[in-house]
Design a protein. Structure first.
Length: 275
């Protein structure tokens, strides 16, 4: 299932895109974005309540890309606060995060000639994603996708807005500044002097096409389908019993929280089946 999770991440990254291309010579066949370069700044807010804990957070991130997406870097800085109230005693914790993600020549190392636009959308649809319309955001015509309750806005494959509600937590990320076809300095793609984990190492030399056609991936997909079929036939009472027997955290949740989780799972299953 590890590879299955990787595939979902790649699908979200590639939906609505063209293909990737080489660093110097732009080949239309391998454009990942139909936009030569860009700098997009985002803000993120997190708010909600889970199992009696109040969670809030905010963050800022910046996306840099050039050569039609052959080179891309995203820098994230965020802070999340969790406040727990147990028997009248409050405990407050704050966690900060600063990360950078760099992707270079994705097509050459992972996609190997696969139609990225087609594969990305097919993967999203396999996971229950649906294009639900077209809307303007920041003056740009965006494709709007629904993925298991999350609403995603893409302009030519570039994310401009997302709204995710899960387990009582709402996370909204919106572009605050958008600059396309602008000069992006090489210095923006330099990483600090710390350990670097390369994404391609997670998948080895295997391409997406090879992965999706592999016996392991097909078995994983069958397992997902069988589990979804079984869950779709469960009543709330049956699911609650199973969930609380197998998950200590579920055993501590209120009926209201469990009901929200059950309804969310059923919604995901319906979307997955195309109902």
């Amino acid at each position: 299932m590890k590879k299955f999770a990787i595939v979902l991440s790649i699908a979200l990254l590639l939906v609505g895109c063209g293909k990737s291309e080489s660093e110097k010579a732009v080949d239309n066949k391998y454009k990942r974005y139909p936009v030569e370069s860009g700098i997009v700044k985002y803000k993120t807010t997190i708010k909600g309540k889970v199992m009696g804990s109040n969670i809030s957070g905010n963050g800022e991130s910046t996306l840099y890309f050039k050569n039609y997406g052959a080179l891309e870097l995203t820098e994230d800085q965020s802070t999340q606060t969790t406040e727990i109230n147990i028997f009248g005693k409050k405990n407050k914790t704050e966690e900060s995060n600063h990360s950078m993600t760099k992707m270079e020549n994705v097509g050459a190392t992972m996609l190997k000639g696969v139609d990225v636009n087609k594969v990305g959308k097919e993967m999203l649809e396999t996971m229950g994603g649906k294009k639900i319309g077209d809307e303007k955001f920041k003056g740009y015509d965006c494709e709007v996708w629904d993925l298991n309750g999350s609403k995603q806005y893409f302009y030519k494959g570039i994310p401009l807005r997302s709204e995710v509600e899960m387990m009582g937590i709402t996370t909204i990320t919106e572009a605050t500044s958008v600059k396309f076809d602008t000069k992006v300095s090489d210095s923006k793609f330099k990483l600090p002097d710390f350990e670097v984990v390369e994404i391609e190492n997670m998948m080895g030399s295997e391409s997406i096409d090879e992965m999706m056609n592999s016996e392991e991936f097909q078995d994983d997909m069958e397992d997902v389908k069988e589990n979804m079929d079984a869950l779709s036939k469960m009543s709330f009472k049956e699911w609650k019993k199973m969930a609380q027997e197998n998950d200590p955290e579920m055993a501590e949740m209120s009926d209201e929280e469990l009901r929200q989780t059950y309804d969310m799972i059923q919604q995901m299953i319906k979307l997955r089946k195309g109902n």
